[in-house]
Design a protein around this ligand. Structure first.
Ligand code: SF4
Length: 186
């Protein structure tokens, strides 16, 4: 078969499908990404729209928005990250089980946006590792869906078995990003 990790030949193997463990695990994971909606400002309205019928994020298996970090796979940070909220975001991220991913939705979450101020974190990647950035102020729901598809591609390339067998194979990048260090703004 072309461009696939799955091999199937009914004449030779009957009802057996041959594949790799990574392909199966990643296939399951990428089609059941349950988001943790971290709505902080106006971008959150676009996030809500992505979940509504017009854009229908459930087409990608992502409609199960979880407000419990223990049941969520992907934190979607949508809005302005103030220092006051940064600590909360970091704590919720740490409560999410591995594997976990982060999408920075919009200019504010990605870079601080227009808020070059003492109260605003200049990008959520200063406290947690971000997998996909979405540009725009605000980005449209289609842009978020595009980012989630890119995240699916990324999940599809992960070495899941290796990460499962070697506990420290995927070090938590966020551990190196001290929240205190994020306060050193110019
Ligand atoms: S990027 Fe624009 S729309 Fe999104 S939270 Fe910031 S100011 Fe609001």
């Amino acid at each position: 078969m072309q461009n696939t990790n799955v091999a199937y030949d009914s004449k030779v193997e009957g009802e057996i499908i041959v594949t790799q463990a990574d392909a199966v695990i990643n296939w399951i994971r990428k089609h059941s990404v349950w988001p943790m909606p971290m709505g902080l400002a106006c971008c959150a309205i676009e996030l809500m729209a992505a979940g509504a019928s017009r854009f229908d994020i459930s087409r990608f298996g992502m409609e199960v928005m979880r407000f419990s970090p223990r049941q969520a796979d992907c934190m979607i940070v949508s809005g302005t990250v103030t220092y006051k909220m940064a600590e909360v975001i970091r704590r919720i991220y740490e409560q999410m089980a591995e594997p976990k991913w982060v999408v920075a939705m919009g200019a504010c979450a990605s870079t601080g946006g227009m808020y070059r101020s003492y109260a605003t974190l200049q990008g959520v990647d200063r406290i947690i590792p971000v997998d996909v950035y979405v540009s725009g102020c605000p980005p449209r729901p289609e842009a978020l869906l595009d980012a989630m598809i890119k995240l699916q591609d990324k999940i599809g390339r992960e070495r899941s078995v290796k990460n499962l067998t070697a506990r420290n194979a995927k070090p938590a990048k966020a551990e190196n990003l001290a929240l205190a260090g994020a306060g050193k703004e110019s």
